[in-house]
Structure formats: C-alpha cells, structure tokens
Ligand binder design. Structure first.
Ligand code: HEC
Length: 230
C-alpha cells in the first residue's frame, strides 16, 4: 500500500511538471532579467538591495512619482518603469535624465524638490555607480544578522527604506535621528507592526513588498536588545 501511494505521488508530480512545462513561457527581455547573486560584492551596487529602496522612499510617494501621480510621466516604483520613464542610459550615468534631475544646480529643478528631503551624496553616488555598471535588475542575497547595532545594522536599513518618506510632513513619524525614535519603538508597536504588516498596520515601506527577512531579523534583534542607541 505504501509503495502504491509513493508511486501515485510520483506519477502526479511527473504529470504536474509535464503540464507546467507545456505552458508558453514569454521570452524575457534580457535587459530586464532579474539576477540574484549569492554573495554581495562590495564593488557592485545592486538594484533591488540599494537603488529601488532609495527611489521608492525619496521619489515614489503619492503626489510625486508613484504610479497614480506619475508627475511628468515619471514612475519610480519598479525596474521597468525606472529604466524607461527615468530615461536611464545603462552604462552612462551622465546621459541619464534621472541623474540630471538629482544633480541639478537649479533649485527650481532639483529632485527631490527643496523642502521634501534630499538625497545624500552617498546615495547619488550609488545611483550613478549602478547606472555605470549597466543599470541591471540585480540583487544579492548574503546577509549578516550578527551586526544589529543601531548605527551599523538598523540605521542603514531605515535610512534607505523609510527616511525619504518619513522626514517629510506627509508621513508622520520622523526617523531622522535616534532621539526621535523613542516613542515610536519603545513598545516595538507601530514600527515593528508596520514592517511585519500585523495587528492591522499597513505594510511599510509603503508601495513595496516589504523588507527582506534579513532586514527584519536585524531589526528584531535590535528591538529585543532594548532598541539601544549603539
Ligand atoms: C513611499 C513612502 C513611505 C515609505 C518608503 C515608508 N513609509 Fe511609513 N508611512 C508612509 C505614509 C504616507 C504613512 C501614513 C499612513 C499611510 O498612508 O499608510 C506612513 C505611516 C507609517 C507608520 C504609522 C502607521 C500607522 O498606521 O500609524 C509607521 C509606523 C511607518 N510608516 C513606518 C515606516 C517604516 C518603519 C518604514 C521603513 C521600513 C516606512 N514607514 C517607509 C509612507 C512611507
């Protein structure tokens, strides 16, 4: 009887694979093909890990460059839209409209507009580097959850994933520096609940599919340690 069950399971699995293979698979545009590297190279700037969070939290808010607002037709919420509407020239940051906008001298034209937060020079450099490295849809998976201090573990995550929206008036909680966090994280309530999308909280970062497991683990370890300013 056991053998029969196993045999039936094998047949069903084989049938499943066969049927899955029969579907017509669209040929992906190689330039948009996501690649995942197992280890994060310090010399590479990764789109999914670094660039997308910066653009989502500094540019893709409501009223600006999310899908609904699409100011000037520019939508900065996902790879395909960023490349096309941001007029990115892979390999050539200097020829990319998005870089012109974030490095503009004219205060009437610079993005984000004055008063709405600004990109740090490190963030601008990373965007330029990513484009010069081919503007690929790449990500890397290695993750070190042993570093969970505020400065080296938590803040870099919040800086690139939350701060863009949360230093402007429209998103409430200001995560600009540690001393503004106390009420936010003291009972690990809204902050953690929003990251985990639990207890009725909207998922944060807004307009994304959430932080990755590694980032959540780092934040959880820091909260469990008492959310110190270390
Ligand atoms: C794209 C903009 C954006 C990003 C990025 C973003 N937020 Fe928000 N956040 C908002 C807005 C807008 C609100 C106001 C409520 C709403 O619209 O959902 C909000 C609300 C919140 C709230 C309050 C929720 C409530 O119901 O009281 C918390 C906590 C929060 N965000 C945490 C975070 C954290 C932590 C991150 C990063 C991991 C983050 N947010 C990233 C835009 C953003």
């Amino acid at each position: 009887m056991k053998i029969n069950v196993a045999f039936a399971a094998t047949i069903i699995t084989a049938l499943g694979i066969f049927m899955a293979c029969k579907h017509d698979v669209p040929i992906p545009d190689p330039s948009n093909d996501p690649t995942v590297s197992e280890n994060c190279s310090p010399d590479t700037v990764y789109f999914q890990n670094t660039i997308l969070p910066i653009l989502v939290s500094n540019c893709a808010m409501s009223g600006c460059h999310d899908a609904g607002s699409a100011s000037e037709g520019i939508v900065l919420t996902d790879y395909v839209q960023i490349i096309s509407t941001g007029s990115i020239a892979p390999g050539n940051a200097g020829n990319s409209d998005l870089v012109d906008a974030i490095t503009e001298d004219n205060p009437d034209k610079i993005m984000p507009p004055p008063g709405n937060g600004s990109l740090t020079s490190a963030e601008i450099n990373m965007i330029q580097q990513w484009i010069n490295q081919g503007a690929k849809n790449n990500s890397c998976a290695s993750c070190d959850t042993s570093v969970y201090t505020f400065s080296a573990g938590v803040w870099p995550i919040v800086e690139s994933n939350c701060q863009g929206c949360h230093t402007t008036a429209n998103a409430g909680n200001n995560y600009h520096q540690y001393n503004t966090w106390n009420d936010v994280v003291s009972d690990s309530s809204a902050f953690w609940n929003s990251i985990m999308q639990i207890n009725g909280m909207n998922l944060m970062p807004k307009n994304t599919s959430g932080l990755n497991d590694c980032q959540k683990t780092i934040i959880r370890k820091w909260l469990d340690a008492g959310a110190p300013n270390n």
